[in-house]
Design a protein around this ligand. Structure first.
Ligand SMILES: Nc1ncnc2c1ncn2[C@@H]1O[C@H](COP(=O)(O)OP(=O)(O)OP(=O)(O)O)[C@@H](O)[C@H]1O
Ligand SMILES: [Mg+2]
Length: 478
């Protein structure tokens, strides 16, 4: 079992203090926490010990004979910036504390030293240092592998995105992610949550919810708040306390709910529906949209004040066609993933297929590429995917033209027209359903057919509405 004692053992702290009583007290207290303690009564000895022993942390008093603590900190920081320093200042000398922080000290405590404050400050400094080390390791790792967790991409915009994610993951600022459908907005939101200290608590995605239940889902309700509220229920905000709430499509939130969101952002407080008790929460809000919110503001459909509150850290994810160099990398990743999942041994894709996939413009972005690769892998009969396989898994979306995709092919097209058009129709319906998250009426409108026709065709091609309903993922995640 890992106890604080075993966790802190091997962490060496050098205490520099001329008052032996204070040194004794600090040594006793920090030894109890499991740290190894060295002590020194003046700056000159401390520098020598620092060079010989290289401690993990230095705690130094400011007022000392020969060399004061600020000069010592300056000298130590010149030797190494990697060792954190805590300065102990006399009560009421804010000036020293400010100067110490400006110099590069990690933190300060004031005399008389409170045991609790000392323990906590040391713990915080080590935690922060661990985070920085982790961050640097991650940065090196992603430069090697062109990935950050599940996000793949080597385009310079993606590399900048990784840096941004790592930088903001330890902050609490709200984030607004924009980008076309399927570019990875949710993936980025998850990555921000899971790269920082909020990972200990929940990541709660809010997908498209009917307006009638949106507020009770978000804020929860008290027993008897409305017909059917037979017991009290906590909402997503309470569930996300200490963690992150992610609005998958913030542009869909009705104006009345926008007002309530604004209050939560400003005051970090809300009430359950039908409740009087004000509940305080600490939740980071990440919102995403593929809509033009500024245009919605002009049209009076989105509150300007909410927009500015959410858009503290804007992240724009580029479309896949703007970073085509990432396509081969993503293909390799998805081929491996789906080969493993389907127990297949796909080794390569023919050059024709690769060319076709690179020249396609991917209106459904990474999600569309992922779907195509999954189908190609499932359907492949050999260990190489060839143009023949691609013809049977056509790329069909509103903006695509199958001919541009396969015209490099010199293989015989061994598929009849009926099968081909059926395939096209099926894929097109699936793309539209994906885009509309399984909403039948909106999808039928896009396809310019009635809902009955759409249901009939879905039945014919064995397409299940539930496969496209992302809101169900919400329950899986919490
Ligand atoms: N850079 C990437 N690397 C690997 N997988 C990715 C990448 N971008 C997206 N994906 C995958 O593509 C799919 C769609 O991603 P995600 O749901 O995050 O997109 P989105 O932008 O939120 O889409 P929508 O606007 O439709 O909600 C997911 O399965 C995700 O894992
Ligand atoms: Mg999404």
């Amino acid at each position: 079992m890992i106890t604080k004692d075993t966790m802190n053992r091997n962490r060496k702290i050098l205490i520099v203090e001329d008052d032996r009583q204070v040194t004794k007290m600090m040594k006793l207290l920090l030894s109890k926490e499991g740290y190894d303690i060295d002590t020194s009564t003046n700056g000159h000895d401390a520098i020598e010990m620092f060079n010989n022993e290289r401690p993990d942390l230095v705690i130094t008093d400011v007022k000392m004979p020969m060399m004061n603590g600020l000069d010592l900190a300056r000298r130590l920081l010149a030797i190494s910036k990697d060792v954190p320093i805590i300065i102990v200042t006399a009560f009421g000398t804010v000036k020293d504390a400010v100067e110490a922080i400006k110099l590069g000290a990690s933190n300060y405590i004031t005399k008389p030293i409170s045991t609790q404050e000392l323990k906590l400050t040391v713990k915080n400094v080590f935690e922060k240092q661990e985070l920085v080390t982790e961050l640097n390791t991650l940065r090196k790792e992603l430069k090697k592998n062109y990935r950050l967790g599940d996000i793949i991409g080597k385009h310079h915009h993606m590399q900048e995105l990784y840096d941004l994610i790592l930088t903001i993951s330890s902050t609490n600022s709200n984030v607004l992610i924009t980008g076309e459908t399927g570019t990875g907005k949710e993936l980025v939101a998850r990555s921000i949550h899971f790269s920082g200290p909020r990972q200990k608590n929940h990541f709660v995605p809010i997908a498209a919810l009917p307006e009638s239940i949106l507020e009770s889902e978000l804020f929860g309700y008290e027993k008897g708040a409305f017909t059917g509220a037979i017991k009290c229920k906590i909402g997503k905000f309470e569930f996300a306390n200490g963690g992150t709430i992610f609005f998958d499509e913030i542009g869909d939130i009705p104006l009345t709910t926008q007002v309530k969101l604004l209050r939560i952002i400003q005051e970090r407080k809300f009430e359950r529906l039908g409740g009087n008790e004000t509940i305080s929460i600490d939740v980071r809000i990440i919102a995403a949209t593929h809509k033009d919110l500024e245009k919605m503001i002009e049209e009076g459909k989105f509150r300007e004040d909410l927009y500015y509150r959410l858009n503290v850290i804007p992240i724009k994810i580029p479309s896949l066609r703007e970073r085509k160099e990432d396509i081969p990398l993503l293909i390799e990743h998805f081929v491996k993933k789906y080969s493993m999942a389907n127990d297949k041994k796909i080794k390569t894709l023919s050059q024709d297929v690769l060319n076709a996939l690179i020249s396609y413009d991917w209106p459904g972005n990474v999600r569309e590429l992922q779907n195509i690769i999954e189908r190609l892998v499932v359907m492949a009969r050999n260990d190489e995917i060839t143009t023949g396989d691609l013809i049977k898994t056509p790329l069909v979306t509103p903006n695509s033209n199958i001919n541009t995709v396969v015209n490099d092919s010199n293989e015989m097209l061994d598929i009849d027209l009926k099968e081909f058009t059926d395939n096209c129709e099926k894929e097109y319906i699936k793309t539209i359903l994906t885009k509309n998250k399984g909403r039948i009426e909106t999808s039928a409108e896009c396809l310019k057919v009635g809902t009955k026709t759409l249901y009939r065709k879905m039945k014919k091609y064995n397409i299940k509405k539930d496969d496209f309903r992302e809101s169900e993922g919400l329950h899986k995640n919490i």
